[in-house]
Design a protein. Structure first.
Length: 176
């Protein structure tokens, strides 16, 4: 775990904490929020529902792991409508997490990285017309696996809210 923590620090995440995989509870209610399609990815990506598999499949995958690492990128906003800063903070988080996940997969083959938001490896996903171009690199989100991110953070000693005029993106890597 120390090596993952060190890599996360080097990547510049704002906050991090060890994760006990026993605290992860995939919930159909969280997965159902995906079908509201607020992120515009439902049914449009191999990493999102329904293509990423059932909630039972997510629970089975998660049950293979004992621990992991939660990472967060928190940034300040001028106001709650500061969409430019939100996009920049999200891009920073995704870039750092993509790099961390790549390193983790080399060190811990079989680990399960779960990102924030849909997979962004390709400009346009091939779903449903062609197979995924990078099945070994794609990442589903914590929400796609039915995880309530605020609950996961709380149960693992990490804050979820860092005050007004902030936004936080959270991801995790599960290891055995």
């Amino acid at each position: 775990m120390e090596i993952l923590l060190s890599l996360a620090r080097q990547a510049g995440f704002s906050h991090m904490a060890e994760l006990d995989a026993a605290t992860l509870r995939p919930m159909a209610e969280v997965r159902d929020m995906c079908s509201a399609d607020k992120c515009r990815s439902y049914g449009k990506s191999w990493s999102c529902p329904p293509a990423c598999g059932s909630i039972g499949h997510a629970a089975q995958r998660i049950s293979q792991y004992r621990r992991g690492l939660l990472v967060q990128t928190t940034g300040e906003l001028e106001d709650e409508f500061d969409l430019q800063s939100i996009a920049a903070i999200e891009a920073q988080h995704k870039k750092a997490f993509l790099n961390l996940a790549r390193q983790a997969r080399l060190l811990f083959p079989g680990c399960l990285p779960l990102s924030s938001g849909t997979c962004s490896l390709c400009r346009k996903c091939t779903y449903p017309d062609r197979p995924c171009r990078f099945p070994g690199k794609r990442m589903s989100s914590m929400e796609a696996f039915g995880l309530l991110v605020s609950e996961v953070c709380t149960k693992n000693g990490l804050s979820y809210y860092y005050g007004p005029k902030t936004i936080t993106f959270t991801a995790c890597i599960l290891t055995d």
